[in-house]
Write a protein that binds this ligand. Structure first.
Ligand code: SF4
Length: 289
C-alpha cells in the first residue's frame, strides 16, 4: 500500500458517519422545521435537568463537599469504632429464637424494658414449641408492658407455629425464610441474621439509625427500607452489622433525639446536622436535623 494511503476507520462515536450521511444524502437531511423542534426539545431537556433535584449525595455541593465521599464514610466508621469498640445487640438472649422474640417485642419499646420482660417469659415458656402451643391471648399479660401487646402476642405465637411447622423448630437463617414469619420485617430479620447467625444481609434501620444517618447526611430518606437501600452501597458489607450496632449505641449514648451531646462526639468535625448543639464546622444550607 502506498505511503500515506491508509484506509479510513469508522469513528468510535459514529458521529462522523452520521454527519457524512446527513450531508451526502438529501433524503436523510432534516427539514428546517424538524431541526428547530429538535433544538427546542433539547433546550427543554436541559432546563428540566437544571431544575431537577440532585439524587441524594450524588452531587457535590458548590463548595465541593460530598457527604458520601469514601474518605468521609471511612472516618465516620473509624469514629464509631473508637466510640463503641464492643458494640453488640443490647437485647438479652441465649438462642436465635429468644433473640427473635426479644426483637419483635422491642418494636416501639426500649431494650431495657424488653430485657425486664424476657427472662420471666423464657422461664415460663422455655421452648419454641411452648410458644407454638399458646393462644395469643394467653401471652398478652406476659408482654403487656412492652406495648402493642395484642399484635406482638399474635406475631410471637404465629412465628413460633411457623418455625415449628415449617422449619423443624429452628429459626431459619436466610432473609427470605425469616421474612415469611408473621411479624418479621427486614429490621428484625437483619438483627437475627447479623447478631446470631453472623450474616451481613442488610443494615438494621431503627429509629436511631434513621435519625443519625440523616444527621450525618448518609441519606435524605425517612422510610427505613429506602434508608437501608442508601446505606448498603456506602458501608462496606462486612461492616453492616457492626455499623448498625454502633449507630444504635450512638443514638442511645450521645446522638440522642433531643439535644445531642455534640461536644463529646468523635464525629463532630464530620457532622453538619442542622440541630447540633455545639459545632466547630459550618452548618451548610442542606444540612438535615
Ligand atoms: S456531632 Fe452531634 S448531631 Fe452530629 S453525630 Fe455527633 S452527637 Fe450526633
Amino acid at each position: 500500500m502506498p505511503r500515506g494511503n491508509v484506509p479510513r476507520q469508522p469513528s468510535r462515536s459514529g458521529r462522523q458517519e452520521g454527519a457524512r450521511r446527513a450531508q451526502g444524502s438529501p433524503s436523510l437531511r432534516k427539514p428546517a422545521q424538524a431541526k428547530s423542534a429538535e433544538k427546542k426539545h433539547a433546550q427543554k431537556k436541559k432546563a428540566a435537568a437544571r431544575s431537577a433535584k440532585p439524587a441524594v449525595g450524588k452531587k457535590k455541593s458548590a463548595s465541593g463537599y460530598d457527604p458520601l465521599a469514601p474518605e468521609r464514610i471511612r472516618q465516620i466508621i473509624a469514629g464509631l469504632d473508637q466510640l463503641y469498640p464492643k458494640a453488640t445487640c443490647a437485647l438479652t438472649h441465649r438462642s436465635a429464637w429468644e433473640l427473635l422474640v426479644a426483637t419483635i417485642l422491642s418494636a416501639q419499646s426500649t431494650d431495657v424494658r424488653v430485657n425486664m420482660v424476657t427472662p420471666v417469659l423464657f422461664e415460663k415458656y422455655p421452648t419454641v414449641q411452648d410458644f407454638a402451643a399458646l393462644e395469643p391471648e394467653q401471652l398478652q399479660p406476659d408482654i403487656y408492658s412492652t406495648g402493642f401487646f395484642r399484635n406482638k402476642a399474635k406475631s410471637v405465637v404465629g412465628a413460633a407455629r411457623k418455625v415449628v411447622a415449617d422449619f423443624g423448630g429452628n429459626v431459619p437463617d436466610t432473609m427470605d425464610k425469616l421474612l415469611s414469619l408473621p411479624g418479621v420485617a427486614r429490621k428484625t430479620a437483619n438483627v437475627v441474621l447479623g447478631t446470631w447467625f453472623k450474616k451481613n444481609e442488610g443494615v438494621v434501620v431503627d429509629t436511631h439509625v434513621t435519625r443519625i444517618s440523616r444527621r450525618l447526611e448518609l441519606t435524605k430518606q425517612e422510610d427505613p427500607k429506602k434508608i437501608e437501600e442508601d446505606l448498603m452501597p456506602i458501608i462496606p458489607r462486612e461492616r453492616w452489622t457492626d455499623f448498625s450496632h454502633e449507630v444504635i449505641w450512638h443514638g442511645r449514648k450521645l446522638c440522642v433525639a433531643r439535644s445531642p451531646k455534640c461536644a463529646d462526639c468523635a464525629l463532630e468535625k464530620l457532622c453538619h446536622a442542622a440541630d447540633k448543639t455545639w459545632s466547630t464546622v459550618a452548618i451548610h444550607k442542606e444540612a438535615q436535623p
